[in-house]
Write a protein that binds this ligand. Sequence first.
Ligand code: HAX
Length: 435
Amino acid sequence: MDPLKKLFFEKSTALKAEIKATLKERGAEKLDEVTLAQTLGGMRGVKSMLWETSKLDPEEGIRFRGYSIPQLKEKLPSRSDCKEPMPEGLFWLMLVGELPTQEQAEWVSDEWEKRRDVPEHVYNMLNALPSDTHPMTQFILAITAMQTDSVFAKRYAEGMGKNDYWDATYEDTMNLLARLPVVAAFIYRRIWKDGDTINANNDLDWAGNFAHMLGYDDKDFSSLMRLYLTIHADHEGGNASAHTGHLVNSTLADVYLSYAGSMTSLAGPLHGLANQEVIKWILEMTKKLGTDTPTNEQIADYVQATLDARKVIPGYGHAVLREPDPRFTAQRIFAEEYIKDSTYTNIVWQMFEVVPPILKGLGKVKNPWPNVDAHSGAILMHYGLDQFSFYTVLFGVSRALGVCASLCWSRALGMPLERPKSVTWESLKADLNIS
Ligand code: HAX
């Protein structure tokens, strides 16, 4: 058994036993009450699943296994030529709850290198699609097409017993994570670089290789990818894409099908697609105004026009967060250090001054602050990655780290089929004695 798998088995076996005993003794105790507003308001705050890999605090933001983003930057292993953390290290941390050593993070890199061959039929399938198919649609289809290699599906068909689900889920997770950057880079080069694909370089790590396969051998862009793939990796379990993956996986659909489900959620504009919408919004604004250096007043007028047209300001607001997103701040710190003066990052920073007071003034927006998606596009634009319909795919490569690690936990802990209760309006009124 490989060292990560062995550690995961030990940790998950211990937690499974603890949960089983606690459930037996205290299973009837109440955690919370559900209000009418929660049932009709998108289930905000309803504690409905176990998610070990990260936890979100409305004020402080995300912590991965207890570590904030600044702490991850300090404590996770990094490459000798780069200050940013290796996402491989974050995967180790999320899966087993322990900070990895440099050697352990590099073991993950090497392991993913061994597992990264994508079956030929996946490329053939992608090549059969019209090249203007949205990159997220291509990504989802590629993940689904890779399901032919699912270890879980194969072993299940052969009669695998419950106690082995975690093992097969781990194998699928490791294979999928290894392959996602390859598939994503293929989609990018197919659409925008005449299908001129670039082979992986075995000297590089997971994120560095992704940058390389996209066509970037720039050291700073590789650093950006390491940071980007780290900070987008998980946002506890209730967000739409994580929750979708969790739900699908609870039916014992394998990691490929579950993660394809996650990605269909991420592709919505209120969720991950917001990163493309932000830059699209900025480009439309600068075009309309006829300048790349708008004043704060001009931006405020354009924000108001967007709201008047009954549209949202992409990159602002959040279902849980109530302060500026630390993932926004991490990207700002990166941009201040590596980029300094660039057209789009300047506009993003101006928006940070202009948008919150306007949203606060509406009196209904619970969080007027920027989220993760407000910043990422501007940095990518600076490095020439201006094909903004690809941005959500980058997010999707990263989010697999947290979601798939969590799927391993769900299967190891024997979590049941997810099946919450829906109500009709009539039954709900009857429950509340509303006539
Ligand atoms: N611009 C304008 N109006 C906004 C707004 C924004 N950025 N954010 C919230 N509102 C509005 C809502 O549309 C809602 O209006 P109605 O009552 O008229 O329907 C009202 O304010 C209350 O909403 P809320 O409770 O503050 O926010 P929700 O939890 O319902 O929604 C969203 C959270 C993220 C969907 C929302 O803030 C939004 O639409 N933001 C813009 C899109 C975006 O950036 N999405 C990415 C979020 C982060 C993420 O998942 N990244 O992947």
